[in-house]
Design a protein around this ligand. Structure first.
Ligand SMILES: Nc1nc2c(ncn2[C@@H]2O[C@H](COP(=O)(O)OP(=O)(O)O)[C@@H](O)[C@H]2O)c(=O)[nH]1
Ligand SMILES: [Mg+2]
Length: 202
């Protein structure tokens, strides 16, 4: 009989559109980042085994706030859903506001120890990902790559994507590991749960 990790008992804590709305900076937290529509909210729902904890959408760019989720039994452990970057239709003004809010969170948040960077496995390391990675350069936060929507690729496409990923990873030493994931088929879910528990010291 194989041991299965339990889903994470997450609940919504708050949505912040400005610094003063962030919850108290204590405990451990990790933040999910990635382009709009990469699958961040879906991934949060998967790890919590809930359908509507984080809103998912077919319309990219919906999540504009920084959304905090904490563990029901330990509110000092948190997972953060950052607004997706690179939504082409967002105005320049909104994109600048996004960048300011996120950078102030990433630079100043003491409880934040690691970033989980989500990429649609069909389109890894797009221009917007590279721009975000260069913004992260000065942060010195370890980045864990999650390649999602793996269910949408056949074997050949998977090999091509993994090659692009490993070539790019060589240029970004802050990306310390990578994991293939699918919310639909639960590929990589077990490994992801274990990784998150390790990072949050649970
Ligand atoms: N097939 C498949 N679709 C996914 C997966 N993860 C997310 N999606 C879909 O991708 C779209 C965007 O997902 P969402 O979680 O809202 O992305 P976010 O903008 O990064 O939060 C939605 O239509 C999801 O149903 C996955 O693992 N497999
Ligand atoms: Mg989202």
């Amino acid at each position: 009989m194989s041991y299965k990790s339990k889903p994470l008992p997450l609940e919504f804590c708050c949505a912040a559109t400005e610094r003063k709305l962030f919850p108290e900076d204590r405990g451990n937290e990790i933040a999910l980042c990635g382009r709009s529509n990469s699958g961040k909210s879906t991934l949060i729902n998967s790890i919590a085994n809930q359908k509507k904890l984080a809103k998912t959408s077919n319309t990219p760019g919906r999540t504009q706030s920084i959304n905090f989720f904490h563990f029901k039994d330990n509110r000092d452990k948190k997972i953060i859903d950052l607004p997706g970057f690179g939504y082409a239709k967002a105005s320049k003004k909104d994109q600048n506001l996004w960048a300011k809010l996120i950078m102030s969170y990433l630079e100043k948040r003491i409880s934040l120890t690691d970033l989980i960077l989500i990429m649609d496995m069909r389109h890894p390391f797009q221009q917007k990902d590279l721009e975000f990675l260069s913004l992260c350069d000065s942060l010195r936060l370890p980045i864990h790559l999650v390649l999602t929507k793996a269910d949408k690729l056949n074997n050949k496409e998977t090999q091509i994507s993994l090659k692009v990923v490993s070539e790019n990873m060589a240029s970004y030493p802050s990306i310390i590991d990578s994991l293939v994931f699918s919310a639909t088929k639960k590929i990589g879910l077990e490994d992801l749960l274990n990784k998150i528990k390790l990072l949050l010291k649970i």
